[in-house]
Design a protein around this ligand. Structure first.
Ligand code: SDX
Length: 371
C-alpha cells in the first residue's frame, strides 16, 4: 500500500480563501484588509481596526461614531453574567471565566440563532463591547476588589484599563495597550480562528464558535504563550541568569515560550512594533532590568537555535508592566482577537461549506464479533 501523505497539523496546507488578512512569511508582513498592520498600529484606534476587519474598509466618521456609541452602551456586565462569574471559584482559570461568560451572553441573546449578516455583526459588536468588563472584573475579584463600572467618557482602551485598575492610565500606557490590541486582533487561519471556522461551517451559532475559539486560544502553544513568557521571566529572574537557565531548558528539550511560529520562520512581523511599545513602557515605569532580561534571552536563544520571538514575547512583559496579572494576559488577547474571530465567522458563514478533513486509518484490521 502506498504511504498516504499526511499533512500533520495542516502545516503549510492552504484550505480556503480569505480576504481578511494576509500573512506573508517571505516578506515578513501582515496586512489587515490590505493595510500593513504597522501603519494601523501607529495611526488607528482599535475601534477603527475592528470595523476594518468586519466590513473590509476603514470606517467613515458616522460609522465610527455608531460603533463607539454601541460599544459604550454594551460595556456593562449583564446581571446574570456577573452572577455566574461570582459563582465561579476565584481559582478558576480566567480563560475558563471568559469562555463561560461568552456562553451566558449567547444564552441571553434572543437573536443568537439568527444567521443574518446584520445579526452576526450585532453579536460581534456585543462581544467586542462586553469582553473588557469580564476580563477586568475577573482580575479584580481575584484580589477581593469590587467591580468598577465603565465610563462613557473614556475610549475602549482607556476604559479597559479604568475598569481593571480603578484609575485613569497614563497616555503612554493607554497607547501601548491600544497597539497591543491592534496587533493581536487578527492573524488569518491560526488555531483558534480555524476552530471558530470549523464550528461555523456546521451552521452552529457565532457564540458557540467563539466559545470554541477561546478554548483553543488558552493553550500555551497558542495564546497561552504570553502568560508562559512571564513565567519564564519570573523563573530566570535577571539577565545574568539567562545562559544557565537556557542550558537547562534546552537540555530538557523545553519549548521556550514566546519563540517560534508555524508560519513566520524569519521572525514575526508584529514583534518590532510591540517591542517598541514595550520599550516605551520600560521607560515610563523605569524597568530597564526587564528589557535587559528579555533582550538577553532573545539574543542567546537566537544564537543557539536561530529561533525568533513571536508577538507573545514582547506582549507578556508589556502587560506585566501595565499591572495585569499574568493569568489575565491571554484573556486580553481574546478581547482583541474577538474582532478577527468574528470577521472569520462571518466570512465562513457566507462560504457555507462544511469543514471535514480525512484521517488515514492505521488501527487494527477489520474483525468480527462472531470470529
Ligand atoms: C501564537 O498561528 C498563529 O498565527 C498564532 C499567533 C496568532 O496571532 O494567532 O501568531 C499567536 O500562537 C504565536 C505562537 C505562540 N506559541 C509559543 O510561543 C509557544 C512556543 N512555540 C513553539 O511551540 C512553536 O514555535 C510553535 C508551536 C509556535 C510552532 O511550532 P511548529 O511550526 O510546529 O514548529 P515545530 O514545533 O515543528 O518546531 C520546529 C523545530 C523543532 O525542533 P526539532 O524537533 O525539529 O529539532 O524548532 C523547534 C522545535 O523543537 N522549536 C522550538 C521552539 N519553536 C520551535 N524549540 C524550542 N522552543 C521553541 N519555542
Amino acid at each position: 500500500m502506498t504511504e498516504q501523505e499526511i499533512y500533520k497539523g495542516l502545516a503549510g496546507v492552504p484550505v480556503d480563501y480569505s480576504a481578511i488578512s494576509k500573512v506573508n512569511p517571505e516578506t515578513n508582513s501582515l496586512l489587515y484588509r490590505g493595510y500593513p498592520v504597522q501603519e494601523l498600529a501607529a495611526q488607528k484606534s482599535f475601534e477603527e481596526v475592528a470595523l476594518l476587519l468586519w466590513g473590509g474598509e476603514l470606517p467613515s466618521e458616522s460609522e465610527l461614531a455608531d460603533l463607539v456609541a454601541q460599544e459604550r452602551a454594551g460595556r456593562a456586565l449583564a446581571d446574570n453574567v456577573r452572577a455566574v462569574i461570582d459563582a465561579l471559584p476565584k481559582s478558576a482559570h480566567p480563560m475558563d471565566v471568559v469562555r463561560t461568560a461568552v456562553s451566558i451572553i449567547g444564552a441571553n441573546d434572543p437573536d443568537a440563532e439568527d444567521p443574518s449578516a446584520d445579526a452576526e455583526l450585532a453579536k460581534a459588536k456585543a462581544l467586542f463591547a462586553a469582553l473588557p468588563a469580564i476580563v477586568a472584573y475577573d482580575q479584580r475579584r481575584r484580589h477581593g476588589l469590587e467591580l468598577v463600572e465603565p465610563r462613557d467618557d473614556l475610549d475602549y482602551s482607556q476604559n479597559f484599563l479604568w475598569m481593571t485598575f480603578g484609575e485613569e492610565a497614563a497616555p503612554e500606557v493607554v497607547d501601548a495597550f491600544r497597539v497591543s490590541m491592534v496587533l493581536y486582533a487578527e492573524h488569518s487561519f491560526n488555531a483558534s480562528t480555524f476552530t471558530a471556522r470549523v464550528i461555523t461551517s456546521t451552521t452552529a451559532d457565532l457564540y458557540s464558535a467563539v466559545v470554541g475559539a477561546v478554548g483553543a486560544l488558552k493553550g500555551a502553544l497558542h495564546g497561552g504563550a504570553n502568560e508562559a513568557v512571564m513565567h519564564t521571566f519570573d523563573e530566570i529572574g535577571e539577565a545574568a541568569n539567562v545562559e544557565a537557565w537556557l542550558d537547562d531548558a534546552l537540555a530538557s528539550k523545553k519549548k521556550i515560550m514566546g519563540f517560534g511560529h508555524r508560519v513566520y520562520k524569519n521572525g514575526d512581523s508584529r514583534v518590532p512594533t510591540m517591542h517598541a511599545a514595550l520599550e516605551r513602557l520600560v521607560e515610563h515605569y523605569d524597568r530597564p532590568d526587564l528589557l535587559e532580561l528579555a533582550e538577553a534571552l532573545e539574543k542567546s536563544f537566537g544564537e543557539r537555535k536561530g529561533i525568533k520571538p513571536n508577538l507573545d514575547y514582547p506582549a507578556g512583559p508589556a502587560y506585566h508592566l501595565m499591572g495585569f496579572d499574568t493569568q489575565t494576559f491571554t484573556p486580553i488577547f481574546a478581547a482583541a482577537r474577538i474582532t478577527g474571530w468574528t470577521a472569520h465567522i462571518m466570512e465562513q458563514a457566507a462560504a457555507n461549506s462544511l469543514i471535514r478533513p480525512l484521517a488515514v486509518y492505521n488501527g487494527v484490521d477489520e474483525r468480527h464479533l462472531d470470529g
